[in-house]
Design a protein around this ligand. Structure first.
Ligand SMILES: NC(=O)c1ccc[n+]([C@@H]2O[C@H](COP(=O)([O-])OP(=O)(O)OC[C@H]3O[C@@H](n4cnc5c(N)ncnc54)[C@H](OP(=O)(O)O)[C@@H]3O)[C@@H](O)[C@H]2O)c1
Length: 150
């Protein structure tokens, strides 16, 4: 998903059905048809000295959010991903697209309580103050799957 489709899908899709469906070439629901549903413009702030974490940062909304925060120049931005290879690729892409250098990849699998806890413990030890947390990671599985509890 690109920044422009992200904004467009939020515009019409989330207003009507609560999910993203807008496709520039095929959808009749162009956002311009719904001026009353226009979201406010994207906010920017100076995040100098602030620390942020984006969960599920390697793709989709999390990836776009990560680049958005990177452009606001935080002191430290952590991409929290469950896959080392996908996370590293995203980290490099964020750096290339934004020029932001203070981003780091941390690995965590939120379906595994031990992994989530060790991520939080590591942040408490190394991270200090947390200013921005984007709890984006998630999926909609079609079949029941148990989380690891120990
Ligand atoms: N897109 C929409 O229209 C929409 C609408 C309503 C709600 N949402 C919610 O918004 C969030 C992001 O949506 P999206 O479309 O950007 O999803 P997406 O492209 O599928 O990305 C989901 C991200 O979460 C990560 N993730 C999934 N399970 C994880 C786990 N157990 N531990 C750590 N990371 C995990 C994925 O990692 P991998 O790449 O390794 O799988 C990926 O980085 C999701 O929670 C989704 O349910 C989305």
């Amino acid at each position: 998903m690109t920044s422009s489709t992200l904004e467009s899908s939020v515009d019409a899709g989330s207003f009507l059905f609560g999910f993203s469906f807008y496709n520039k070439t095929t959808s009749p629901f162009h956002p311009s048809l719904f001026p009353f549903a226009k979201p406010p413009s994207v906010t920017k702030a100076d995040l100098t000295g602030k620390t942020g974490i984006v969960l599920g940062a390697n793709t989709g909304l999390g990836f776009e959010a990560t680049k958005h925060f990177a452009r606001m120049n935080p002191g430290w931005l952590i991409l929290a991903c469950r896959s080392q290879s996908k996370g590293l690729a995203a980290l490099e892409q964020v750096k290339a697209d934004t020029g932001f250098k203070n981003a780091e990849l941390w690995i965590t699998d939120l379906s595994d309580f031990a992994s989530a806890k060790s991520f939080a413990d590591k942040f408490e030890q190394d991270g200090g103050r947390l200013d921005v947390l984007v709890e984006n990671a998630g999926l909609a599985p079609t079949a029941y799957e148990a989380s690891k509890t120990a």
